[in-house]
Each structure stands twice: as C-alpha cells, then as structure tokens.
Design a protein around this ligand. Structure first.
Ligand code: IDP
Ligand code: MG
Length: 152
C-alpha cells in the first residue's frame, strides 16, 4: 500500500457547466478521501507557477487566461495509489482520445476545455499541493468506518 496525496482541480469550464458534484462523486465513490477543498479564482501568478512547465508552449497564454477566468475547485485527495489512479479517472489530455468512463472521456470534447487537472506524479503532487494550499488547510481525519475497512 502506498498512501499518497494528489492535487486535483476542477477548471472554470467544469464549474460553469455544473459538473462539480459529478466529479467529486467519482472520486468519493472510487474510495479516496477528501482532505482539502476550496473554491478560488486563481491569480495569474499562481496559474503561471502551476503551469510553469508549459511556459514555452504556444497554448500557455491561452491556458493561463482560461484558468484565471473564473472560480476553480481546488482539492487534495488522499489514498492508496491516488496519484496515478486520479490520472486514470481523469483520462487522456485530449478528451476525444480519453476512454469512455473517464471524466474527460465522458464529459469533454476540447483539449483547451478538458474540465479537470490532476498531478502527474509524486514530485508534481507535492509541488502543487504546496502551491495551492497552506499546510493548515489540509485535514487529517479518519472515516468512522475505517476500522471495518482494515479488519478482514
Ligand atoms: P494534463 O492536464 O493532462 O496533465 P498537460 O500536457 O500537462 O495535460 O497540459 C496541461 C493543460 O494544458 C491541458 O490539460 C490542457 O488544458 C492544456 N493543453 C495541453 N496541450 C494543449 C494544446 O495542444 N492546445 C491547447 N491546450 C493544451
Ligand atoms: Mg499536466
């Protein structure tokens, strides 16, 4: 078992299309634990840091313009293998190539409006959680049925 945390954000298109509950529900039903959640409209500085790896790409300015255009739902999810599992739940970057059953495969068509972000590895997850959240905003908690899950 690899207990991990990952950063997930519902982008402005997901919020404005009313997909927040649909997306949260998929992570909850999978069995991951929500340890932080907030709504905010990201500053340009935050967005440029978050997408810094793409700063030389032609779509960078449009991406930053879009992600700062309205509220996003920023989250930290915790669980066994959650970093790669969240990427699987999210699906491929190009929604038309994302498998049906994934969030992008089911809910999006346009690469520039692909609804959701998820950290792509352990280092990125650590960086992005620290970028978007203060340590005090992360909640340590155990579900009341936790014992039932770990006892066989
Ligand atoms: P990811 O979100 O699946 O990790 P990345 O390659 O890290 O995908 O790209 C970050 C975001 O930049 C994508 O989710 C998408 O919104 C946007 N993006 C990536 N490639 C393109 C492109 O070719 N045109 C427009 N937007 C793009
Ligand atoms: Mg990425």
């Amino acid at each position: 078992m690899t207990l991990e945390r990952t950063f997930v954000a519902i982008k402005p298109d997901g919020v404005q299309r009313g997909l927040v509950s649909e997306i949260l529900g998929r992570f909850e039903r999978k069995g991951f634990k929500l340890v932080a959640l907030k709504q905010l409209t990201p500053s340009r500085e935050l967005a440029e840091k978050h997408y810094g790896v793409h700063c030389e790409r032609p779509f960078f300015k449009g991406l930053v313009d879009f992600i700062t255009s309205g509220p996003v739902i920023a989250m930290v999810w915790e669980g066994d293998g959650v970093i790669s599992s969240a990427r699987k739940l999210i699906g491929a970057t190009k929604p038309l190539e994302a498998e049906p059953g994934t969030i992008r495969g089911d809910l999006a068509v346009n690469i520039g409006r692909n609804v959701i972000h998820g950290s792509d590895g352990p280092e990125t997850a650590k960086f992005e959680i620290g970028l978007w959240f203060d340590y005090s905003e992360i909640n340590e908690w155990l579900p009341s049925d936790n014992q039932w899950r770990i006892e066989s």
